[in-house]
Design a protein around this ligand. Structure first.
Ligand SMILES: Cc1cc2nc3c(=O)[nH]c(=O)nc-3n(C[C@H](O)[C@H](O)[C@H](O)COP(=O)(O)OP(=O)(O)OC[C@H]3O[C@@H](n4cnc5c(N)ncnc54)[C@H](O)[C@@H]3O)c2cc1C
Length: 128
């Protein structure tokens, strides 16, 4: 058997990030996954809806990763392997009792949406 410094069971995003960072620190890492594909709850499929469309079946909030320290550390390596994050200036929105708001990558535009709804604190985002 080859020498292994670290064995990680499962290949979800936390395992992959940990494995990548440990590898960059010259550790030999073995990641064991029981499913046929790595990635855990990150799973892309081309057969979910219409032909020609590719969907992420579970995860949608990739900004949580892109805005975090792990992405900052691994960005260059991921891009060297072909990762490209495409974005839109209106990536998400919220529906609440007071109406709906489109959230923008532009801070002023998002602040304007919340102001239009009367402010974040006055909104009830739990019920509808
Ligand atoms: C429906 C849904 C939507 C979500 N949407 C988002 C989102 O939009 N944005 C976001 O940030 N998070 C989202 N999450 C949460 C996110 O999926 C989890 O936080 C993340 O996947 C956790 O990653 P993980 O590395 O801990 O493990 P997981 O992604 O759960 O992966 C665990 C892996 O370990 C493998 N494994 C387990 N036990 C063994 C074993 N004994 N031997 C071998 N392999 C094993 C599993 O097969 C799996 O591949 C969502 C979760 C769900 C369920």
């Amino acid at each position: 058997m080859e020498r292994t410094d670290v064995i990680i069971i499962g290949s979800g995003i936390n395992a992959l990030v940990a494995g990548a960072i440990l590898s960059k620190a010259d550790n030999k890492v073995l990641i064991c996954e029981r499913n046929s594909e790595p990635g855990g709850a990150i799973k892309t499929a081309t057969t979910a809806t219409l032909p020609g469309f590719t969907h992420e079946l579970l995860s949608s909030w990739h900004p949580l990763f892109v805005g975090g320290p792990a992405y900052a550390e691994l960005k260059a390596d991921l891009e060297a392997h072909g990762l490209v994050y495409l974005n839109t200036d209106k990536p998400t929105g919220v529906v609440c009792r007071g109406g709906s708001a489109v959230l923008s990558t532009d801070l002023q535009a998002t602040a304007g949406e919340f102001a239009r709804l009367g402010g974040w604190r006055s909104m009830d985002i739990h019920a509808q």
